[in-house]
Design a protein around this ligand. Structure first.
Ligand code: NAP
Length: 248
């Protein structure tokens, strides 16, 4: 057994810690998007593979038998590549993924399919909007230049943003409710745009919107091919042929 963990998430980091404790033969992979990725206790590689063929080549060259896709639920390209590369090489695949957030009766969500639909769902009249979606997905909001946008980004952007009025907060999660309530109140935020990432690290803004009765434009997850998936790190360790209790 030799595993490749496609990471870049808190779940992937927790899995990597458990795998290292169990002394599993595993490699952790980062895309290389952030300036200072968290150090891992497993051997780590950084950077894209070069599409499905590149990932398949890597699997063959490194003699990977098990691939764990623990990437972010909105990292659709690498998630699709993982399915295709495993089909091409015969490596076993499992996805470790958090369940999506569920709307409660107290929520005022406008659920949309993608970022373009999210921009279209914003009102026509001026509003103060918290865009909590990552810098790669901002272009569709250029079509709504009347709004004052607040962005929260992991790293300061190194190029001009496609938005006329944008205020940037550089900060990395996990985020707490008190801080997000403060952010929303102090900036007079009226609308929130979020992706349904699930998990606890980014939920504070959703809870804050619920408390403040603000509308949330909630972008649904991209569709993916059928594959084995679990929410449990223990399930992944069992898939890798190890009992989590052995490492306790
Ligand atoms: P994406 O659009 O699905 O991937 C774009 C390309 O980045 C992939 O085709 C692949 O390049 C490379 N890539 C992505 N994840 C990789 C990994 N773990 N190891 C090696 N290469 C990887 O992904 P994304 O949305 O840009 O996200 C990039 C990374 O950031 C992911 O690892 C994800 O877990 C993490 N992340 C994403 C988000 C988000 O909001 N999307 C949030 C938190 C963390 P090649 O085709 O060249 O192999």
């Amino acid at each position: 057994m030799r595993a490749l963990i496609l990471g870049g998430t808190g779940e992937a980091n927790r899995l990597a810690d458990a795998a290292a404790r169990l002394r599993l033969d595993a490699i952790y992979s980062y895309a290389g998007r952030t300036e200072s990725p968290a150090p891992q206790s497993l051997p780590t590689r950084i950077g894209g593979f070069g599409g499905t063929d590149g990932l398949a080549d890597y699997i063959r060259t490194e003699r990977i038998t098990h691939l764990v896709d623990a990437t972010h639920p909105f990292a659709a390209e690498i998630r699709r590549n993982a399915v295709a590369a495993c089909a091409a090489t015969g490596a076993a695949l499992i996805a470790l993924e958090r369940p999506p957030w569920r709307r409660s009766p107290a929520d005022n969500w406008i659920e949309v399919e993608d970022v373009a639909a999210a921009a279209a769902a914003l009102p026509d009249q001026h509003a103060r909007v918290f865009l909590a979606i990552g810098r790669q997905h901002l272009a569709p909001f250029a079509a709504k230049p009347q709004h004052a946008y607040t962005l929260r980004l992991a790293d300061a952007p190194d190029e001009a943003l496609p938005l006329r009025e944008a205020s940037i907060i550089v900060s990395r999660g996990p985020f707490a409710l008190a801080g997000d309530l403060d952010l929303i109140r102090s900036r007079g935020i009226e609308w929130i745009v979020a992706r349904n990432a699930g998990g606890s690290g980014a939920f504070a803004k959703i809870e804050a919107a619920r408390q403040l009765c603000l509308p949330v434009v909630m972008i649904g997850r991209p569709a993916l091919p059928e594959r084995r998936a679990t929410e449990s790190i223990d399930d992944v360790l069992a898939f890798l042929g190890h009992d989590a209790c052995l490492g306790a």
